[in-house]
Write a protein that binds this ligand. Structure first.
Ligand code: SF4
Length: 380
């Protein structure tokens, strides 16, 4: 099998691993991707917001483990491929020199233990950085069971590292991957990353994780409680939620797929935890611990808490403004700056700041008065 054929197998295989998406949508194909690299080169958002053409690939799909949901599980019959580190580094460099790929997301199945696989991921990044002098974006996956020194080595090479927790706790992980150990093999690596980041001078790689949603009977509350812990305690940049999709010839092939709307609501709620100052206990869970699918969680919260107690936008602090539907971190910043120039008197003043004024209207006061449009939208 030549290198291009390997990439055609191992690149699209990363569709199970979200990374560097903007907002809550799926990662689109890069406009630079040639037809024969469909599913390999993505139009990805970097941690600072810049968009680049990102090569996403596995190093190998030959896995020694047998996680119940996974297309790469040992014993499943499909065409597998493996890159040697120097092969993949060379191929990436060619794509980079031709302007097709500007950065790389590198993950892997577990071939011959987590430690051995991690060595090969690190070796690939080392060749790119040290032999080829590549200075662009590298996202490296940290394998279950990788050693602390390997985590540190990966962080020294990468702009972003990630650990797939897969489930929110050990009980749920046992239903997806009975041979993985939640705390010792997975969570501990994120703890190391958090501790190493705090000690790193200058540039520090960001860290993310991924959950498989809907195959282990977990609730949204379980997922978001773990997410809140990761954001607050370990400084995680982002949690990704990957809705379960059944794969033929796996033990979970008859399990129903997760509705995309559940993924969407989890992302919305996780942004409320990360960027809006919400606590998990404030999110609008139903008695089973799940978010209502039919309503944006911020809107649901606001209808319960702000409809009768609207926020005066000329006086509220940033924290209170962020509670208002239609006002995000950017809008709140602009609004606070605009207030220094004068009072905000109607919805058109908010629109000029890029705020979704019609969404905000039912929940705000402008100079002590409810905006005129509110009465027609939400009689309260
Ligand atoms: S270790 Fe990873 S690649 Fe291997 S079966 Fe489990 S989830 Fe799949």
């Amino acid at each position: 099998m030549n290198l291009l054929e390997k990439l055609q197998l191992l690149g699209p295989a990363t569709c199970y691993e979200p990374a560097e998406e903007v907002g809550v949508g799926r990662l689109p194909q890069s406009p630079r991707a040639p037809a024969d690299l469909s599913g390999c080169i993505h139009h990805a958002a970097m941690p600072g917001g810049k968009r680049i053409a990102l090569l996403k690939t596995l190093l190998t799909s030959a896995c020694e483990r047998d996680c119940l949901y996974c297309p790469f599980r040992a014993g499943r019959d499909f065409r597998r491929a493996t890159f040697a580190p120097d092969e993949l580094a060379r191929l990436f460099l060619q794509l980079h020199q031709r302007g097709i790929a500007e950065g790389i997301f590198l993950s892997s199945a577990l071939a011959g233990s987590g430690v051995r696989t991690q060595d090969r991921l690190i070796a690939t990044a080392e060749i790119l950085r040290r032999q080829y002098g590549f200075r662009g974006y590298i996202h490296l996956k940290i394998m279950p069971g990788a050693e602390r020194e390997q985590v540190a080595a990966a962080m020294a090479l990468a702009d972003r590292v990630s650990v797939n927790l897969e489930a929110p706790n050990d009980r749920r992980l046992a239903r997806l991957a009975p041979h993985k150990v939640f705390t010792e093999e997975l969570l501990q690596r994120l703890r190391w990353i958090g501790a190493l980041r705090r000690r790193m001078p200058g540039r520090r790689p960001s860290a993310t994780t991924q959950f498989v949603v809907g195959a282990a009977g977990e609730s949204d509350l379980e997922l978001l409680a773990t997410t809140a812990f990761l954001y607050r305690q370990l400084g995680l940049a982002r949690a990704y939620f990957s809705g379960f999709r059944p794969v033929p010839d796996t033990p979970l092939e008859d399990h129903p797929p997760t509705p995309p709307l559940r993924e969407h609501r989890l992302y919305q709620a996780s942004f409320l935890l990360r960027d809006y100052g919400f606590g998990v206990e404030e999110l609008p869970f139903d008695p089973d611990g799940n978010l209502p699918l039919g309503e944006d969680p911020k809107l649901a919260w606001a209808r319960e808490h702000l409809a009768q107690a609207p926020v005066e936008v000329n006086r509220a602090d940033r924290y209170a403004l962020l509670r208002v539907p239609g006002i995000g971190p950017k809008g709140a910043r602009r609004l606070l700056a605009a207030r220094r120039q004068g009072r905000l008197r109607d919805l058109s003043d908010l629109r000029k700041l890029g705020i979704a004024a019609d969404q905000a209207a039912p929940f705000i006061l402008l100079d002590g008065r409810r905006p005129a449009r509110q009465l027609t939208l939400w009689p309260v």
